[in-house]
Write a protein that binds this ligand. Structure first.
Ligand code: 13P
Length: 248
C-alpha cells in the first residue's frame, strides 16, 4: 500500500506572516489520514518546523546542491535542509530545469546527495506543450525518469511527480485520460528500473490542481497524490485538496 501524499510547493513565495497559514492548516487537519508535505522557501524552513511542532505535517526543500559542502555561493546542501527540519526535497522541477539549466544528470547527482542525508527526493518530470503536440510525451518523461533516478533506488528514497509544463500555473489541467496514460506509463517504467520495489513508489500529479478538480484527479489509477503550487499557499485553498485525497 502506498501512503498518499498531498504536497505543496510554495516556490518563491512566503514571508514570516505566512506561517499563520501553516497554523491554520494543521488546525484543520489535526490527525490527517494522508501524508502532508509543504516545501516553503528555504528561509522559512526552520521557523516553519517550529510552527509544525509535533504535528505529522512534513517539510521539504525546493532544491539542494549535489555537493555536501564547499564554495557554492547561494546554494543549499541536503544536510542543511535536514538541519532546518526538512524530510523531503523537490528536485528537477521544470522551473529549475528551464531557468537553471538542470539536466537529468544534475538531478540524479542531487538525488544521490539527498539520499545520503536521508531526504526523500520528489523528482519532477513533464513535457512542454510542443513536446506533447509532437507526440514525444512518453519518450521524454521516460528519459527524464531514467536519467534522474539515483542509482539502485528504493521506494523510500523517491517520489515521482508528473508535472506537464503547460499545466503549471495556467489553470489548464490535462484530461483524466491524459494523466492516466502518463501515470500508467511511469508506473511500468519505474517497475522496469526497480522491479517489484517500484510498486511502492508514489507518483504525484502536479499542474493546476485545485479544490475543484482534485477529487477527479485523485480517482485516476496510479495517482498517489498531488504536488500543488498556487493552491498550496493558503490553508483555505490547500485544506480541501488534502480532504479530497483523504476521501479518494
Ligand atoms: P500550480 O499548482 O500553481 O499549477 O503549480 C504546480 C507546480 O509547479 C508544483 O510544483
Amino acid at each position: 500500500m502506498r501512503h498518499k501524499l498531498a504536497a505543496g510547493n510554495w516556490k518563491m513565495n512566503g514571508l514570516s506572516g505566512d506561517l499563520a497559514e501553516i497554523e491554520a492548516l494543521i488546525a484543520a487537519h489535526p490527525a490527517p489520514k494522508v501524508e502532508m508535505l509543504i516545501c516553503p522557501p528555504a528561509t522559512l524552513l526552520s521557523r516553519m518546523a517550529d510552527t509544525v511542532g509535533d504535528h505529522p505535517l512534513h517539510l521539504g526543500g525546493q532544491d539542494c546542491h549535489a555537493a555536501p559542502d564547499g564554495a557554492n555561493t547561494g546554494d543549499i546542501s541536503a544536510a542543511m535542509l535536514v538541519d532546518a527540519g526538512a524530510r523531503y526535497v523537490i528536485l528537477g522541477h521544470s522551473e529549475r530545469r528551464t531557468d537553471h539549466g538542470e539536466t537529468d544528470a544534475v538531478v540524479k547527482a542531487k538525488a544521490e546527495a539527498a539520499r545520503t542525508e536521508g531526504l526523500v527526493s520528489v523528482i519532477c518530470v513533464g513535457e512542454t506543450l510542443a513536446e506533447r503536440e509532437a507526440g514525444e510525451t512518453l519518450g521524454l518523461v521516460g528519459r527524464q525518469l531514467a536519467g534522474s533516478l539515483p542509482d539502485a533506488p528504493i521506494a523510500a528514497d523517491v517520489v515521482i511527480a508528473y508535472e506537464p509544463v503547460w499545466a503549471i500555473g495556467t489553470g489548464k489541467a490535462p484530461t483524466s485520460d491524459q494523466i492516466a496514460e502518463v501515470h500508467g506509463f511511469l508506473r511500468a517504467e519505474i517497475k522496469r528500473h526497480m522491479g517489484v520495489e517500484g510498486d511502492g513508489v508514489r507518483i504525484l500529479y502536479g499542474g493546476s490542481v485545485k479544490a475543484g478538480n482534485a477529487a477527479e484527479i485523485f480517482a485516476i489509477p496510479d495517482v498517489d497524490g498531488a504536488l500543488v503550487g498556487g493552491a498550496s499557499l493558503t490553508a483555505g485553498d490547500f485544506s480541501p485538496i488534502v480532504t479530497a485525497l483523504e476521501n479518494a
